[in-house]
Design a protein around this ligand. Structure first.
Ligand code: SAH
Length: 252
């Protein structure tokens, strides 16, 4: 379930993911030897496995089949881009594992009708290398993504160049403040885990909106879902155990 490591000659990979819901090791795709047809085949193989394991919504599966994850990782790790693992992206951060991204985005996609998705406004906290931000832009109307590390914010912009994400705005900022200027949001999704859910996220959620975020729970982390039923009424659901990088303060 966690990032694979340890086989001789391979770098140790960061740990992140959903307890017990990853793709079984035996059916993980083979490594990619080139970045053309091979990577496309490996990507389809990975998405096939995710569709079976998580019954992904068709729109999400289509976006994941199209989106070139290998372009978001270091060229030295591109051959592993279609394994279900988190990979390092520098600055002690990771690109989330595909099954984690899939499970969270599936929840958001199913939460809204197609028509609502088209005119929705979504906020992501933790752009990282920009992979999930790009997928969000394929699925929702207007997407904002915040990143606190300047180098990663700039790298994400480079990675997404040419991928036609015209409805995506990436902002270099401390995501704990949310983005009041673009609020309210129909969905907020956090890719970094704090002890508490920052108040601005709750405030910037539209009535009827959904917030998905990891939170620390004792020595582990859980994914928590908040649905804003009314101005001062939230429905809270605790979902799977997860593993994300920490939500940190300030910018750098
Ligand atoms: N969404 C990414 C996941 C990146 S990892 C993907 O597609 O794989 C999480 C990211 O959250 C890191 O880049 C980290 O720098 C960022 N982060 C942590 N605390 C943050 C904060 N307070 N504001 C904005 N970004 C933050």
């Amino acid at each position: 379930m966690l990032g694979r490591d340890g086989s001789p000659g391979r770098p140790a990979l960061p740990r992140e993911g959903l307890n017990g819901r990853s793709i079984p090791r035996a059916v993980r795709p083979p490594s990619v030897s080139g970045l053309g047809l091979d990577s496309e085949r490996a990507r389809h193989h990975l998405v096939d496995q995710l569709v079976v394991a998580h019954r992904l919504h068709d729109a999400l599966a289509a976006a994941m089949r199209e989106f070139p994850r290998h372009r978001f990782v270091d060229p030295g790790l591109a051959s592993r881009a279609y394994e279900d693992v988190a990979l390092p992206i520098g600055h002690q951060q990771t690109i989330s594992r595909p099954s984690t991204v899939a499970m969270m985005l599936d929840r958001l996609v199913r939460f809204m009708s197609l028509e609502k998705r088209g005119r929705s406004r979504v906020l992501e906290i933790g752009t990282g290398c920009g992979y999930q931000a790009g997928l969000l832009s394929r699925l929702f109307g207007e997407v904002y993504s915040l990143e606190r590390v300047k180098d990663l914010h700039l790298a994400a912009k480079r990675n997404l160049r040419g991928l036609k994400c015209f409805n995506l705005r990436m902002v270099f900022a401390d995501g704990q403040e949310g983005l009041a200027a673009a609020a309210p949001f129909d969905a907020i999704i956090a890719s970094a885990c704090g002890e508490l859910v920052p108040q601005p996220w709750m405030e910037q959620l539209a009535p009827g909106g959904i917030l998905l975020t990891p939170v620390t729970s004792g020595s582990t982390q859980v994914l928590r879902q908040f649905v804003r039923l009314a101005l001062d009424q939230f429905e809270t659901t605790t979902l799977d155990e997860v593993r994300f990088v920490p939500l940190l303060q300030g910018t750098r």
